[in-house]
Design a binder for this molecule. Structure first.
Ligand code: ATP
Length: 215
């Protein structure tokens, strides 16, 4: 059974770093599709610069030409705090207990996983695929000991991801584009070009709606 990928993020705004990560994971893991889930009011970081409605709209524009990329606005539509673990529980109920689910993230996000709400329940609900820079395998020394224990015990290959609905962790070497949403927000505020850092319709949306004009 092809796994369904889940890419959560603030997407404030979405950029080519996110899109390349998703495209590489789609290919390397043979995913059926990837759901982009913009966070509503993320509990583990500062409040996003623009509303969830704008962030969803930018994701919709960025992925509209890709048949396997889908916008899932469920977190953005919720009031108050919203945790990844609850979203995974919802998806598990909707998609059934046999459907392999795979939570996608960059190495930076994975190293913070132990700070997430009920994080130890997450591997029970989905596999985790971590993209790391080629030549720079994940730094296990800087992992929180409990996270390291999960990582060591659950490390698996692509085949296991199809056979089991959840429980595996896979590391994938994925070239990382040196683009961040922070960099884009700063450039817009400084009236500098953001061309080629994100899809052009998203850049136009930012300018039309005067987003990020002050950081
Ligand atoms: P900010 O600069 O506001 O912190 P960000 O660009 O890091 O934002 P997020 O929405 O926080 O974007 O990231 C969502 C996911 O995408 C995370 O799992 C993160 O590791 C991953 N990610 C972000 N930027 C890149 C990139 N350039 N290459 C690969 N993965 C990325």
């Amino acid at each position: 059974m092809k796994p369904v990928g889940i890419l959560g993020g603030t997407f404030d705004p979405v950029h080519y770093g996110h899109l390349r990560l998703a495209e590489e994971m789609l290919e390397l893991l043979g995913l059926e599709s990837i759901r982009f889930i913009p966070a509503g009011n993320p509990p583990h970081r500062d409040a996003p610069g623009v509303s969830a409605r704008h962030r969803c709209e930018m994701v919709r524009l960025a992925i509209s030409d890709h048949s396997a990329f889908l916008l899932d606005p469920r977190e953005a539509a919720k009031e108050g705090k919203c945790y990844t673990v609850d979203t995974l529980r919802e998806l598990r109920r909707e998609l059934g207990s046999d459907q392999p689910l795979c939570l996608l993230m960059g190495g930076d996000a994975f190293l913070q996983l132990h700070t997430w709400h009920e994080w130890e329940a997450i591997p029970e609900l989905a596999h985790i695929a971590v993209g790391y820079r080629p030549g720079y395998a994940l730094d296990t020394n800087s992992m929180e000991p409990k996270l390291h224990e999960h990582y060591r015990k659950r490390l698996c290959g692509v085949d296991r991801m199809r056979e089991m609905p959840a429980g595996g962790i896979i590391g994938l070497a994925i070239p990382r584009l040196e683009i961040s949403a922070t960099m884009i927000r700063e450039r817009v505020a400084e009236r500098r070009s953001i061309r080629y850092l994100l899809p052009e319709p998203v850049a136009q949306y930012i300018h039309q709606h005067n987003l990020y004009t002050s950081c």
